[in-house]
Design a protein around this ligand. Sequence first.
Ligand code: 4NP
Length: 146
Amino acid sequence: MKSILFVCLGNICRSPIADGCAKKYVLENGLDIKIDSAGTGSWHVGEAPCANSIKVAKKYGVNISNLRARQVTKSDFDNFDLIIALDESNYRDLERLGAKNLVKLGIYGHNGADVPDPYFFKEYDGFVKVFKMIDECVSNLFAEIK
Ligand code: 4NP
């Protein structure tokens, strides 16, 4: 395993958290794995993660403020060994685009559950729950691929 791409809808709420948690894990464990994230949609390309994602990540020691949203491309499917969708709708969109080696993040310890989209809820509490779920799944993912 040399590279992992996390994909959600906008690449501003959920996948930046997964990206940040995974990069932190890679750094702390001296692994040589490229980590990136992207969105299936283009609405937020070039934007920083949403304020609540930056805030909750910071609270748990993960700095994601420098990330910028980008849209997934077909070349990503050749350039990454593993593509990880944050929910079922992202999974289906990626499947339709031709993604290979595609899984859902929730298979790593959450029975394949979707990571809920906190974008339309806005409350910070929702982001704490989402962060904890993503962080757990990312840890389980690395435990599995080691
Ligand atoms: P994300 O959240 O997929 O976790 O980044 C969303 C961000 C933007 C939108 C939807 C979800 N949107 O509709 O613009």
